[in-house]
Design a binder for this molecule. Structure first.
Ligand code: HEM
Length: 417
């Protein structure tokens, strides 16, 4: 590996004596970073060896960082139920504490009374985003947005389980390093014990950092390019779709909402489908995600284009056709992570054989108004979507995502401050 000879990695190996760096590691790394070790230049955020451990996404700002930053390679969702005694004052104290943990750990600093501060020094783009369910907003004594609460039932498709659904307070952690995520998750759960109980925890992933050039659209576990058409931060449509404005209660302006659906994907059933059938189910090519009507991944889909027999090239009940909205700013912004969990004891596939997989998508979407943007789309998809043959929603929840806060403030201050 000749290229590594001049890299930051080999400098660190020399300094720290390889993997057994021991207790001096944090000190030595700090010194190296500050340029205090002779011959050691300060490390860039992503160095020549492709390292990005020191990449920091600012925590403070007008919006919560996990909404506006590119999804990391790993995600963990935590949902809490409030204890009976967690009233408005206790809720405020808890949100201050959680904000403090997140503000430190996402910036590469240990939490207060952190016994493993070394785990904090490589945040790798870690973000923490907090959401409030209807019960938390009620206890805060604030105006409840009309759409906050469980989604309406979609009896055609839903097989929801309580163990993946609901929660009074939600935290989404995403970043490129699962160790940094695990450490922040532990600090948050530890500091929550006198305020709430952990209701559920769900983890998901995308490609590992460095597997794809950054900005490459993810592939889900059906092998599909997934997310091509979703508005990106900085797009005018993103801002219109996501940020709550004057129509929302004052405390939510500059915030948004999150819908999270845990959607099981029947990979055994998908295995039975040929390539053509798979492409027809979505209306896009597997190889590159381009619409079946031609062009490349980011070209517009043409839902009116007819084939020689006069049928539309893309079936109107193909997933992309049924989900499509003409104005992206009136739609939703999707952020998905795959999950691939151990098969549960005794699980079988449709043919009665032992199940091979327990996989799916943690489907997340940001929108300023769940009833106006998410629900009509989900209704269309519940009634008519070829993908439904292989997908089953097994978890569901809706949270209000307050705006971000500035240094010294806390997330939730607009309704608890
Ligand atoms: C496991 C479940 C799902 C899978 C595997 C899946 C997969 C896909 C794929 C492969 C595409 C095409 C590429 C793209 O534009 O991103 C797509 C598009 C889309 N999906 Fe899904 N999806 C799922 C669930 C959902 C749900 C629950 C919703 C919303 C309620 C949704 C909304 C959309 C939208 C709005 C588009 C863009 C349509 C367009 O304008 O072309 N999807 N999805």
């Amino acid at each position: 590996m000749p290229a590594a000879d001049t890299s930051g990695l080999s400098r660190r190996r020399l300094l720290l004596g390889g993997a057994a760096a021991g207790a001096g590691a944090a000190v030595a790394l700090g010194a190296e970073r500050a340029g205090l070790v002779p011959g050691a230049a300060p490390e860039p955020a992503i160095d020549a060896a492709g390292l990005n451990g020191e990449r920091v996404v600012p925590f403070h700002g007008a919006h919560q960082a996990g909404v506006t930053s590119a999804p990391g390679a790993h995600a963990t969702y935590l949902a809490f139920d409030l204890l009976a005694g967690t009233d408005r004052d206790r809720l405020r104290a808890w949100m201050r504490l959680l904000t403090d943990d997140a503000a430190r750990l996402t910036q590469g600093r240990g939490a207060l009374a952190d016994l493993e501060p070394e785990l904090a020094v490589r945040p790798a783009g870690l973000t923490a985003t907090f959401g409030l369910g209807v019960e938390a907003v009620r206890r805060a004594g604030a105006a409840v947005p009309s759409w906050l609460g469980p989604l309406p039932a979609f009896p055609e498709i839903d097989a929801l389980e309580a163990r993946w659904s609901g929660g009074d307070v939600l935290v989404l952690l995403h970043g490129d390093d699962p160790t940094a995520i695990a450490h922040l998750a532990r600090m948050l759960v530890r500091d929550s014990r006198t305020f709430a109980t952990l209701r559920w925890r769900q983890a998901g992933f995308r490609r590992a950092y460095g597997s794809d050039a950054s900005g490459t659209t993810m592939r889900n576990l059906f092998g599909q390019v997934d997310g091509s058409t979703t508005p990106q931060p900085g797009d005018e449509a993103f801002d219109r779709a996501v940020w709550a404005g004057p129509e929302a209660p004052a405390w939510l302006r500059g915030g948004t909402s999150l819908v999270l659906r845990r959607i099981a994907m029947n990979l055994e059933g998908w295995d039975e489908v040929g390539r053509e059938g798979r492409e027809a189910a979505v209306g896009r090519r597997l190889a590159d995600g381009a619409p079946l009507t031609g062009g490349s991944e980011h070209d517009a889909i043409d839902l009116d284009k007819k084939d020689a027999s006069g049928f539309t090239v893309i079936n109107p009940v193909a997933h992309a056709a049924s989900a499509h909205v003409a104005d992206a700013g009136a739609g939703i912004v999707r952020m998905g992570f795959s999950y691939d969990d151990p098969v549960e004891a005794g699980a079988v596939d449709a043919a009665g054989r032992p199940a091979v997989s327990n996989s799916g998508l943690l489907f997340g979407s940001w929108q300023r108004d769940v009833d106006a943007q998410y629900v009509p789309m989900q209704r269309r998809l519940a009634r008519a979507d070829l993908l439904n043959t292989w997908t089953t929603p097994i978890g569901s929840g809706v949270w209000a995502i307050p705006p971000g806060c500035e240094e010294g403030g806390f997330v939730g201050e607009t309704l608890l401050g």
